[in-house]
Design a protein around this ligand. Structure first.
Ligand SMILES: [Zn+2]
Ligand SMILES: [Zn+2]
Length: 414
């Protein structure tokens, strides 16, 4: 196929059976969120670009990775790169701040980032997330983190590890930021190029560096700068998570990439990904909705998980196929087989048929690849007594029965 006709770089076609598995994960995610009281919110997959520009002017997403275009009406639009900003926009725009708090929302759908293509980095990926609005209390952070844990467990992953930190608040973070800058400036010549520019744009992200590990390890710890309120919030959050049976470790280097976090930041880790890698993360962002013309204080905490990442660590990537039934015909009975197949589908059975008018032998070969039950329509038994032959390929059994017995027989098999 000519290159210009192929799918865009960094995207994927999701075929069966992975597509079924993804659909199952979607149901599990939304069901789990529903159990915790979260309502599904569907926002457009594109927003006016200002929404994403407002929430994080110095993030990588905004600078390099946006899919932004001007439509024929001259409106500046961006395919959403993440869910949080769009949910915040919807929260403000739909007046949810005036509804009884807290407001619990979850979302599921495609996100778009023009990332450098590499393993598990897709330019269109699928994200599930939850956002809790209206509570500053540690119970809110705890509930969101517990929902994140419950979701990955419901999807079939082992009990996750919660890596936790607090990046402080507007009272205590400026002092930490100043100390961090002072420390890193004293090591400026030793820093990698990325960190040299982070010194100017986003000092907290210096701790994210995977290169300057030695310098990072000796950097000031934000824990020593927390104000009394931040320290209490963190301690109460840890206590709630541990009392709920979750394993929590503090990660002093965890700061998350996005600018709008306040206090809590967390990552959900999985043993298969090694020490520092995370499955996904989230945190608290009390100032986010305010940047989108929301009320002066709009506490919010949430997470977003990339479903492709989750799928990659699931051992069982395929759904156990449902018991599929193949309706075959003896040549001459194509129409009878066709009608029987339709009748069985209406009764709720998953049915395959031939449609190519092949020989019975060719149909049976085909059936063995996609089904475990074959119903053969035609021949003398059909002509005289309306009887069909049912072959159970798994059990290697065969029986003949009147067509009206077929539905109860198939029902007791499943
Ligand atoms: Zn503080
Ligand atoms: Zn660096």
């Amino acid at each position: 196929m000519r290159q210009e006709l192929q799918r865009p770089r960094g995207t994927q076609d999701i075929l069966a059976p992975i597509s079924s598995r993804m659909e199952q994960l979607r149901r599990i995610a939304i069901d789990t969120a529903t159990r915790y009281g979260y309502d599904l919110l569907e926002t457009p997959i594109f927003e006016q670009s200002a929404v994403f520009l407002r929430v994080g002017e110095s993030t990588d997403i905004v600078q390099h990775e946006r899919y932004t275009f001007t439509d024929v009406g001259g409106v500046d639009l961006t395919l959403r790169p993440e869910g949080t900003a769009a949910v915040a926009r919807a929260y403000v725009e739909n007046g949810m701040a005036n509804k009884p708090q807290p407001v619990r929302l979850c979302y599921y759908g495609p996100m778009f980032r023009r990332e450098k293509p590499e393993a598990l980095r897709y330019r269109q990926h699928t994200q599930f997330g939850a956002e809790l609005y209206g509570s500053t209390q540690p119970e809110a952070d705890a509930e969101v983190i517990l929902l994140a844990c419950a979701t990955v467990e419901a999807m079939g992953l082992p009990a996750p590890l919660v890596r936790l930190n607090s990046i402080g608040c507007s009272v205590c973070r400026p002092q930490y930021r100043a100390s961090l800058l002072e420390y890193y400036h004293s090591h400026e010549e030793e820093l990698c190029a990325d960190c040299q520019s982070r010194l100017e744009t986003n000092p907290l992200r210096l701790l994210d560096c995977k290169v300057d590990i030695d310098i990072r390890d000796r950097a000031p710890d934000i824990k020593d700068y927390w104000c009394a309120d931040c320290a209490a919030h963190y301690a109460e959050l840890v206590a709630l998570l541990e009392a709920s049976g979750r394993t929590v470790v503090r990660d002093p280097f965890l700061v998350r990439g996005l600018d709008y976090y306040t206090r809590t930041v967390f990552e959900i880790a999985h043993p298969s990904l090694g020490n520092r890698a995370a499955l996904f993360g989230g945190g608290r962002y009390d100032g986010l909705a305010t940047t989108l013309d929301g009320p002066e204080t709009t506490p919010a905490v949430g997470f977003g998980m990339g479903m492709e990442r989750i799928l990659s660590v699931l051992e069982d990537k395929n759904l156990t196929p449902e018991r599929r039934i193949y309706v075959a015909h003896i040549p001459g009975s194509e129409a009878d087989a066709f009608v029987l197949a339709e009748h069985l589908r209406q009764e709720g059975f998953p049915i395959d048929t031939d449609l190519l008018r092949r020989s019975l032998k060719a149909q049976l070969r085909d059936a063995s690849k996609r089904s475990n039950i074959v119903i053969i329509v035609g021949g003398d038994e059909w002509a005289q007594f309306k009887q069909v032959t049912v072959k159970d390929l798994a059990q290697n059994e065969q029986r003949t029965m009147p067509v009206e017995d077929l539905v109860p027989y198939l029902q007791q098999l499943s």
